[in-house]
Ligand binder design. Structure first.
Ligand code: MTE
Length: 563
């Protein structure tokens, strides 16, 4: 066929329909005429080799910090090391974030490779050079082969829906993983952490110290850890927001998991250090992994308030579901903060510092912020955001899946989870098959055990008489009678956090209790033709011509008489 001469881009139709939104020009309507301003373009990558060389020998500058700790660089104690790393990172450019919000998400597993995160690690070199490869090897070793890898490095992965609520207690290999950096590989024998800052007697503790029951009573708790990014994909699909691949990883419903942790209460360790002194009111928790933000390197730091620690709700844990913590989940020691978002449960803990105010480190002060709807790229201030701590009540349907065809006998078998943060728990789970107008309660016998700090998994046969597209909605009421906002839009926010709105899925209902449907479905069986996908036209007539003729004889003519 002859080529078409056109000024359009080949995907012009798609762009006009907003299906490739990143290339749309911005319309400036502030003047008398509307101006179209093309979006930012990223130029060629550059590298100033001389400037980088002048920084010094990277193997010496960023060498292993401690014996038996691989992949750990201490940043927080050494401003000069941070300055050297900053110089290296600003003497070259790196590829931009992949666009995964304003265009289709890649159909690969891992979904996103984390290219610039790998490049940053290699650019710093020294102890960080092997971290991307070592971390991926640990993913393959410790995680279930069916995990969905959202981001290869830093590793972020969740189980597929069918395995999220398969068990009430999540097997370790299927527990979601959220990392901001690589996985430090730490020997148990060489492990210790330091507690310092505003405490009477700063001290260092080995694992043996912590495990000494004459000093620290054991604590054993079932805990659900939920990332505040859980179900973010629903916000992204509605309206894109901030698009950093690590802070805004495109999670589905699996960034939540429940395990039994064994350890001790952080409160007792602080007591062993003589308690807090002066204005000490917060505990800053240091993870041994390296995080990159704004061309700067740092360790993973967040903080929890003393009030939370004092209530014995902050654990130092070494065991997960009867096994030593897997490396990917923080071996040898991690923090588990009951009822707070996962971000505060620091893995690979190497230091705790008592401080006066919540941490100013980026993960605490710049991320995990819940902004009001009117603020975004052009106008947000950090102080506009609520620092997210306790997750509100939420729930999700794990089966069926959205856009799925369900053939049933008047009830759709549904499965899912429900959770509430802050020590509240799901009391009632409700499902609707009509978009949220009428609700059926999940029988209590179909809800898993009630505990203060865990989710409840549930199952129910949801009555559904109608056929065609139906919207199944799920919501939970917690013990404080909190429930979920009705839809994603009402709680959409620039950081795309806390998608706690009622979970809505569209399924195509085929109700075999209807005689015509049953007869037609039997025909599919007899002919051996699969019913799905519903978009494929029917391969044989839906009605015989005799029946058609009979109809018109009885009901005709087609048009009303003009009388
Ligand atoms: N601790 C360190 N050191 N580094 C991290 O990147 N991620 C946090 C938290 N602890 C993180 C960390 C976040 S955001 C979450 S949701 C939880 O770990 C996830 O815990 P998991 O990976 O064991 O499921």
């Amino acid at each position: 066929m002859p080529a078409i001469k056109t000024a359009n881009r080949p995907d012009e139709w798609k762009i006009e329909q907003g299906l490739s939104g990143a290339v749309l020009p911005v319309l400036d309507m502030t003047g008398p005429k509307t101006k179209a301003i093309p979006p930012q373009e990223f130029g060629k990558l550059t590298k100033d080799e001389d400037a980088i060389k002048a920084v010094g020998d990277r193997n010496k500058l960023f060498k292993a910090e401690r014996k038996g700790w691989k992949g750990y660089v201490e940043w927080e104690k050494y401003p000069e090391k941070k300055a050297a790393a900053h110089k290296i990172l600003t003497s070259q450019t790196f590829p931009p974030n992949p666009e995964f919000q304003l265009g289709p998400i890649p159909g690969t597993n891992p979904v996103l490779p984390g290219t610039h995160w790998k490049m940053w690690h290699h650019a710093i070199g020294g102890e960080l050079d092997a971290v991307p490869d070592d971390s991926w090897k640990l993913v393959l070793k410790e995680k279930h082969p069916d995990m969905l890898h959202l981001l290869q490095f830093p590793y972020n992965g969740e189980p597929p829906k069918r395995l999220v609520t398969d068990k009430e207690i999540t097997p370790n290999s299927l527990h979601f993983v959220r990392n901001h950096g690589g996985i430090p590989i730490i020997d148990k024998e060489n492990y210790s952490f330091t507690l310092d800052g505003l405490v009477a007697k700063p001290q260092t503790f080995t694992l043996d110290d912590l495990m000494d029951e004459s000093r620290f009573p054991r604590m054993e708790k079932y805990v659900t850890i939920q990332c505040s990014g859980t179900r973010r994909i629903e916000q992204i699909l509605k309206y894109p927001g901030q698009g950093d691949e690590v802070p805004q990883a495109p999670w589905a419903e699996g960034a939540i998991g429940t395990a039994k942790y064994v350890g001790i209460s952080l409160k007792k360790v602080i007591k062993a250090c003589g308690g807090l002194v002066g204005e000490g009111k917060h505990l800053e928790l240091y993870g041994a992994d390296t995080y990159f933000k704004d061309d700067k390197t740092m360790n993973y730091l967040v903080s929890v308030p003393w009030s939370k620690v004092k209530a014995n709700e902050v654990m130092l844990a070494w065991e997960m579901n009867g096994e030593p913590l897997p490396r990917i989940h923080g071996y040898p020691l991690r923090v588990v903060v009951l009822g707070y978002i996962g971000a505060r449960s620091v893995k690979w803990l190497y230091r705790i510092k008592a401080i006066e105010t919540p941490s100013w480190a980026p993960v605490q002060s710049q991320e995990y912020l819940y902004f009001p709807q009117q603020v975004g790229k052009h106008n947000f201030k950090l102080t506009d955001g609520i620092q997210i701590q306790e997750m509100p009540v939420s729930s999700a349907i794990m089966s069926p899946w959205t856009k799925q065809v369900v053939v049933h006998n008047g009830a759709i078998r549904c499965k899912g989870w429900a959770y509430s943060g802050g020590g509240r728990w799901p009391e009632r789970v409700e499902l609707s098959a009509d978009g949220g107008f009428n609700w059926y309660t999940v029988p209590l016998s179909k809800l898993s055990k009630k505990r203060a700090w865990t989710w409840r998994t549930w199952e129910m046969d949801l009555p559904c008489d109608v056929e065609g597209w139906v919207e199944i909605v799920c919501r939970c009421w917690d013990n404080a009678l909190n429930t979920q906002p009705p839809d994603v839009r009402t709680a959409w926010n620039w950081g795309l956090h806390v998608t706690s709105s009622c979970h809505r899925i569209s399924v195509y209902s085929v109700n075999k209790t209807k005689p015509l449907t049953r007869a037609r479905m039997d025909e599919f069986d007899e002919k051996g033709v699969p019913f799905g996908p519903i978009t494929v036209p029917l391969a044989w007539p839906s009605q015989g011509w005799d029946e058609y003729g009979e109809f018109w004889k009885k009901n005709g003519p087609r048009d009303a008489a003009d009388e």
